[in-house]
Design a protein around this ligand. Structure first.
Ligand code: FAD
Length: 351
């Protein structure tokens, strides 16, 4: 079926859904409360399912061209703060790293977006065939459909992230009790970094100083990043997740992306799942006779899968930053890594 749709939120989930629906013949309007797309942003890992969905909605080639492949990243893996390798990450041709701003610009190309147009009262949307709630972790659309009971909850952890100029001597993640630091390439002459602490609330600036205090004695790749940090370019926020919703749909409304399943970032899957949501939603509606039938199919195909992913991502964060039992964890990881290297030549963290 076809019809008209309003997409609330012009982030990755909203723009993927808008493109996919338009491809299936829907008339789509995207309403975004920010004045413009962001011009800067850190890198996002794109796993194969997301790349397939991007192919389906016609932008996979452009995203791959704008991205860095992990196999081009040089040495990477999981390490201890002293630099001891727990697991080496082989050349996984499947993972691409793309900057959020480049991905958004590609997704937005040709999509009708009105900026500075936040939706404050969804009653104004009566009359449209479909409402897509793509308004992120603190989604007002989710509140309208399910009430306050499913408000986002803190994960008891905070993150810092950013991009620094130049490459570093080694990429990958460093795990320590209560803390982790990750570095990925972000193009031929830039590196993306992220750091997490299992601490509640947010920290006051200067962030550079906090990062130096916690991570300043870690292995060389980490200190190379810290030496290049600029205070104004550091993003800092608390980490949240959305509790498992009883449905991703209500009436003629579908939730996609973080509005439906904001998850801990430790598997690097939130944006990937948001893209897949958009492609699946449009396919389900395209194959259905009514909006209700299409939305029911979307809920069936996406809810269980993404909620399992969110649970795994939360557990991965606990594993990475565990305060007790990390010696045994490191031994298990080391053994698993060498078995996998022998068997497949590759350790993949993809679930
Ligand atoms: C530290 C960290 C690292 C991550 N790394 C990865 C990674 O490597 N790979 C990956 O796949 N994912 C990653 N993610 C997750 C990813 O960033 C999110 O899952 C993804 O951005 C969700 O996209 P979205 O469009 O659903 O939500 P958002 O990006 O939050 O977009 C929501 C949009 O809705 C707009 N909006 C909100 N309310 C309204 C309103 N009332 N009216 C109109 N507009 C509104 C907002 O302005 C925003 O533009 C990471 C997340 C974090 C925190």
């Amino acid at each position: 079926m076809k019809g008209n749709a309003v997409v609330i939120g012009g982030g990755i989930g909203g723009l993927a859904a808008a493109r996919a629906l338009a491809q299936h013949g829907w008339a789509v309007a995207v309403r975004e409360r920010s004045p413009a797309l962001p011009a800067t942003g850190t890198s996002l890992g794109m796993w194969p399912e997301a790349l397939e969905a991007l192919d389906e909605i016609g932008v996979g080639r452009r995203v791959r061209e704008a991205a860095v492949r992990v196999s081009d990243a040089g040495s990477a893996g999981l390490r201890t703060p002293a630099g001891r390798a727990l697991v080496e990450l082989g050349g996984s041709g499947g993972l691409y790293l793309v900057s959020r701003s480049a991905l958004l610009a590609i997704l937005a190309d040709g999509v009708g977006i009105t900026f500075s147009d936040g939706v404050t009262d969804q009653r104004g949307l009566a009359g449209v065939d479909l409402v897509v709630g793509a308004d992120g972790t603190f989604s007002g659309t989710r509140r309208t459909v399910f009430g306050e009971r499913y408000a986002a909850r803190t994960l008891g952890a905070v993150a810092w992230r950013g991009t620094v100029p130049g490459t570093v001597s080694s990429y990958g993640e460093t795990w320590a009790p209560g803390a982790m630091f990750g570095i990925t390439p972000a193009g031929p002459d830039a590196s993306n970094w992220y750091a997490c602490l299992d601490a509640g609330g947010t920290f006051k600036p200067p962030h550079r100083q906090h990062l130096q205090d916690v991570f300043g004695s870690w292995r060389s790749g980490v200190t190379e990043v810290l030496d290049r940090l600029e205070e104004g370019a550091i993003l800092h926020h608390e980490l949240f997740e959305v509790p498992p919703l009883p449905s991703f749909v209500g009436g003629n409304t579908a939730l996609v992306g973080d509005a439906a399943h904001a998850m801990a970032p430790f598997l690097g899957r939130g944006a990937c799942e948001a893209i897949v949501d958009g492609a699946v939603l449009a396919k389900c509606l395209g194959n259905a006779a009514t909006v209700a039938e299409g939305l029911a199919a979307y809920d069936r195909q996406r809810r269980g899968k993404t909620q399992r992913m969110a649970a795994m991502s939360r557990r991965m964060g606990r594993l990475a930053m565990m305060r007790r039992g990390f010696v045994a964890r490191n031994a298990v990881l080391g053994a698993a890594g060498s078995v996998l290297r022998r068997g497949q030549g590759l350790f993949r963290r993809q679930p």
